[in-house]
Design a protein around this ligand. Structure first.
Ligand SMILES: Nc1ncnc2c1ncn2[C@@H]1O[C@H](COP(=O)(O)OP(=O)(O)OP(=O)(O)O)[C@@H](O)[C@H]1O
Ligand SMILES: [Mg+2]
Length: 272
């Protein structure tokens, strides 16, 4: 299953927000989208998910314009976890995940034990099985975020679009969630803010800047000190480990400032 955008542009409020973006997601790859706030990551993902229509250009899902496919067909192939997804209804954690089965239900295919099994599996995979009976509105931000992922997994898509999936999560759950997503046999497109996570988990990275795709490639080629300075305006040092994984160190003003006199003395006593 392939998903591709060809020369897509999108405008809102009379302002062009995305300009001439083309990319194809390969089957089974983990594609990261990085870029500063407002650079167009969410807008691009909305076009790729078919919930917005490009002003020009096209989005194709398996060669067919996504706009020509029915909602149900798209939802069986592609799940989108939005950046600000909220559920207002009074439902339990489990019911929130059960919503992921909607594209498969109908008069001739009622809820079955298989649906129960899939929902249980999705809850367990994000470590939320023990909170299944809890009311949604009593859950923490991170617990809700994990349920959104579980709902998307219960949808059993081939393509998973995740807009800042680790937002709200503690570092342990950030890593385990990216690990979990990575281990699924899925095509993943994820907007990520943590560049080290992008380096660690992505097969390729797309870099957005002011509504344009300015780089696309493997992390080691895309994540350069020069590009991070140009796109994000921060100075970094990048080391590659033996496995070719980039490790990005941010050079804050604090790090660049000479250490206070007392600390310098201590450092020199320690042989530094
Ligand atoms: N419906 C809209 N009407 C007007 N402007 C919009 C609309 N949607 C998005 N924009 C603007 O388009 C730009 C890109 O927004 P988008 O949400 O795609 O950025 P982003 O890269 O996802 O940012 P963030 O990292 O903050 O999530 C922003 O300047 C935003 O204000
Ligand atoms: Mg966004």
């Amino acid at each position: 299953m392939t998903l591709s955008a060809t020369s897509v542009s999108w405008a809102a409020g009379g302002i062009e927000i995305l300009t001439d973006v083309s990319l194809t997601v390969e089957t089974g790859e983990f594609l990261g989208i990085i870029g500063p706030n407002g650079s167009g990551k969410t807008s691009l993902m909305s076009l790729l998910a078919g919930i917005r229509t490009p002003k020009s250009g096209s989005v194709l899902l398996d060669g067919a314009p996504i706009a020509s496919l029915g909602r149900r067909t798209v939802a069986q192939r592609l799940a989108f976890v939005e950046q600000q997804s909220e559920t207002v209804e009074r439902i339990t954690a489990r019911q929130a995940v059960e919503l992921g089965r909607t594209p498969y239900l109908g008069a001739l295919s009622p809820w079955s034990l298989e649906d129960d099994r899939i929902v249980d599996g999705a809850l367990d995979s994000v470590d939320m099985g023990h909170l299944a009976a809890r009311s949604w509105h009593t859950l923490s931000g991170g617990e809700r975020q994990r349920l959104h992922i579980a709902r998307a997994l219960a949808q059993q898509p081939e393509i998973l679009l995740l807009d800042e999936p680790t937002n709200h999560l503690d570092i342990g759950h950030q890593i385990s969630l990216l690990d979990l997503v990575h281990q699924q046999n899925l095509t993943v497109i994820a907007a990520l803010h943590d560049l080290n996570h992008a380096a660690l988990f992505c097969d390729r990275i797309a870099v957005m800047q002011e509504g344009r795709l300015v780089a696309l490639g493997e992390p080691r080629d895309v994540l350069t000190e020069e590009r991070i300075r140009t796109v994000f305006g921060v100075d970094v040092e990048i080391e590659q480990d033996d496995g070719g994984i980039c490790h990005i160190r941010f050079l804050t003003r604090r790090a660049q400032r000479p250490a206070p006199e007392g600390q310098r003395r201590n450092l020199s006593l320690m042989g530094a």
